[in-house]
Design a protein around this ligand. Sequence first.
Ligand SMILES: Cc1cc2nc3c(=O)[nH]c(=O)nc-3n(C[C@H](O)[C@H](O)[C@H](O)COP(=O)(O)O)c2cc1C
Length: 141
Amino acid sequence: MNGNLKKDASAAERVCSFLDEAGVFYLATADGDQPRVRPFGTALVYGGKLYIQTGKIKNVSRQLAQNPNAEICAFSKGVWLRVSGRLVNDDDRTVKVAMLDKYPELKSMYSADDGNTQVLCFEDATAVISSFTAAPESFSL
Ligand SMILES: Cc1cc2nc3c(=O)[nH]c(=O)nc-3n(C[C@H](O)[C@H](O)[C@H](O)COP(=O)(O)O)c2cc1C
């Protein structure tokens, strides 16, 4: 599978477009030896990297601080996506602003300076787009 691994600036855009179209994806973290999974909907490409958004007060944030290994999975129109890697906190205010601008409905709950809003970017990540009808496509993020 790594033989066709693609890495270029458009990989994060391709993955984010899939997530945008799916609307919902599922984020898995590790809580000690207990897997945890929950629905997420925020995804943004900034500086060529794929970001998600959460709140620092959430269990998901605490789990990622302790163990950044994470996966997301989404399904849309017979095609599914898995992204595996590390989700790393980024306190760059400009990314938080861009994220909230993409999802203005979040502004009633979050702001860039509230001390809670968190954006995390995938590092050392592999994305695979799969279906029952075509060969998997792999991307490095
Ligand atoms: C469709 C949908 C999308 C969601 N998107 C997000 C999101 O992008 N970020 C977030 O922090 N919570 C989001 N949530 C809420 C989380 O799933 C919820 O807060 C969850 O409990 C967080 O996991 P935790 O309890 O392990 O911290 C979303 C919920 C739904 C139903």
